[in-house]
Design a protein around this ligand. Structure first.
Ligand code: AR6
Length: 186
C-alpha cells in the first residue's frame, strides 16, 4: 500500500533555514552558491572571493560550462574550498523592477536547490544574490530568497540545511528580520 508522504510542518521547514554573518568561502556545507555573471568566468564580490579560495581549477571547470543564462544554475566541484561543490547561478541586474527581476531572482534559488537535490546534496549555503554589484534592493531580494527557499523545502525534504551567509551588517539584520516575519506568518 502506498503511504502518503508526511508533509513537513512550517516549524520543520524553518528549522532547516539558518542566517549567519560571515564569509561563504569558509562554509563547511555540501555546496556553496556563487552569484556569478553569465560568462561564469569570475568577477568581483562573492564570485571573486570564491574563485580565489577555490584555486585556478575552478576557472578551468567553469570554462567547460559555456556560460549560464540569468536565473539558471550550473555546478562544479569546490576544489580547495571546504565545500565539495559550487553551484553557480546568475542573478538579474536590477533595472527598476519591470524586467522580470523578481521572477528571475526566485528562479536562481529554485534552480540552485534543484541542482543540489539532483546531486544528492543535503546542505547548501547562499549569498545574497544580486544585492551587490547588481543592485537588487536588499529587502525585496531577502524576501524572495527566504520565500522561495521555504517553499522549496516544503516539497523537497532531501535538503536538510540551507544557510544564508550575510557578508555585511545591513544584510545580516535584514535576513534576521525577514526570517522572524516568516516565522510569525507561518
Ligand atoms: N561571502 C558572502 N557574501 C559575500 C562575500 C563573501 N565572501 N563577498 C561579497 N558578498 P555581489 P551580485 C556579498 O556583488 O550583486 C560579480 O562581479 C555582498 O556583500 O558579489 O549578484 C559577478 O561576476 C552582497 O551582499 O554579487 C557578477 O558580475 C552579495 O554577496 C556580479 O558581481 C552579492 O554581491 C554579480 O553581482
Amino acid at each position: 500500500m502506498i503511504q502518503p508522504s508526511p508533509s513537513a510542518s512550517p516549524y520543520d521547514i524553518l528549522r532547516k533555514m539558518t542566517v549567519i554573518r560571515g564569509d561563504i568561502t569558509r562554509q563547511r556545507v555540501d555546496a556553496i552558491v556563487n552569484a556569478a555573471s553569465t560568462s561564469l568566468l569570475g568577477g568581483g564580490g562573492v564570485d571573486g572571493a570564491i574563485h580565489r579560495a577555490a584555486g585556478t581549477r575552478l576557472l578551468e571547470a567553469c570554462r567547460q560550462l559555456g556560460g549560464c543564462p540569468t536565473g539558471e544554475a550550473k555546478i562544479t566541484l569546490g576544489y580547495k574550498l571546504p565545500a565539495s561543490w559550487v553551484i553557480h547561478t546568475v542573478g538579474p541586474i536590477w533595472r527598476g523592477g519591470d524586467q522580470q527581476e523578481e521572477q528571475l531572482l526566485a528562479r536562481c534559488y529554485r534552480n540552485s536547490l534543484l541542482l543540489a537535490e539532483q546531486h544528492h546534496l543535503r546542505s547548501v549555503a547562499f549569498p545574497a544574490i544580486s544585492t551587490g554589484v547588481y543592485e537588487f534592493p536588499l529587502e525585496r531580494a531577502t524576501h524572495i530568497a527566504m520565500t522561495e527557499v521555504s517553499q522549496f523545502l516544503t516539497s523537497h525534504p532531501a535538503i536538510e540545511q540551507v544557510v544564508f551567509v550575510c557578508f555585511g551588517e545591513e544584510s545580516y539584520r535584514c535576513y534576521i528580520e525577514t526570517l522572524a516575519e516568516i516565522q510569525i506568518a507561518s
